[in-house]
Design a protein around this ligand. Sequence first.
Ligand SMILES: C[S@@+](CC[C@H](N)C(=O)[O-])C[C@H]1O[C@@H](n2cnc3c(N)ncnc32)[C@H](O)[C@@H]1O
Length: 431
Amino acid sequence: MKTAAHAAAAIEVLAEMASARRPASDALKNWGTAHRFAGSRDRAGIASLVYDALRHRASIAWRMGDDSPRALVLGALAFVRGKNAEYMAAAIADSPHAPEPLTEAEQHAFIHGTLDGAPEWVRGDYPEWLDSHFARVFGEERGAELSAMAERAPLDLRVNVLKADREQALKALDHLGASETPISPLGIRINLLDDGRGPPVQSEPAFLKGLVEVQDEGSQLAAMIAAAAPGEQVIDLCAGAGGKTLALSGGMNNRGQLFAYDRDIRRLAPLHERAERAGVRNLQVRSPRGQQDVMADLVGKADLVLVDAPCTGTGTWRRNPDAKWRLRPGSIEVRQNEQDAALADAARLVKPGGRLAYITCSLLPEENDDRLASFRTTHPEFTTLPAQEAAITAGLPALAAYANADGSGLVLTPKRTGTDGFFVGLMRKAG
Ligand SMILES: C[S@@+](CC[C@H](N)C(=O)[O-])C[C@H]1O[C@@H](n2cnc3c(N)ncnc32)[C@H](O)[C@@H]1O
């Protein structure tokens, strides 16, 4: 299949998403089931086009003067992939499974479609209702900040210092074009293939032997700022599949005790095998057991409690562009309640003088600064550890420039740090 056939398929997928209110992944799966003849390269090509159209949906619609599935796909080819009207005419003429030829209006948009006069939410490709939310964090920069969030994400790995150093890992992955990430001293970036997919790193010997883990550079940096040290008692309270747990374990060098808990036992399941592969020997996974308080013995004991809170995920839109158009105002409130509950659960576990690290992969201040401010009101025994100092202490002085307005946290973004969007704030409990 060629470009024009991919375009026709991508239009069908976007149309199904709109008519059946289906997520992109489901609509793509349905398309694959109905077109079993299509090979994996074609499926990847179609998916990549659908995701490019979703990443840039608002700006494409503005430039095309139309937000139909056809306009979004043709606009993705024009404005994201840089194809001109002549190329498209030839591609369409050359394929039996092509969309209809370009209309005059479409040809005009290909040549003259600009973002002149477009509001920030169109320039930044985010839903209009979020404009005031992003204005609170980024002010006049919001269009540019969110526009960077509309680009494709790289594939990042974290070197597992329990088993290797970065030089060894780079050598082992040299054939994938591995290079150092700009900020994390443990980060490795892998070149993406043309269709936006990464190579299958999870089949690489370096991965199977535990030398590296897949982890966005921003997630690595957030864990480093929490700065778990050898010999400490550390609790990862919202551990999920353990991305941060494993990063914390590196900082501890298998000394002290690391506990991982998640209220959802299914999410914890992969952690056992991941920790084994990574050579972590000081980890206890605490699985929830009905109504039992499985953390009761750790109350007031932890040097560090990490709350990697459930959130709307606005910082991960590069990887999941469908999510930005599916987010609804009500979800923010649901997440806020969960965030407050997780912080309250964490507070009791911190020992006097201990630290509480709060992380989200959201850029909305309602889930970040506001949650910490609200927590400090109800828990006056906790005070902010200034974010700039936290960055410097963690050996990441480049991040000190990205403290939020009240200095309670750092805001990482694709534009600022080339990472997914993350918020990380530290607090200390009175001693
Ligand atoms: C952002 S995810 C964690 C991702 C994980 N830390 C990682 O780095 O891969 C948030 C997790 O918090 C869990 N969670 C939400 N509220 C919680 C609570 N009050 N106590 C423990 N876990 C909670 C959810 O089940 C979810 O797995």
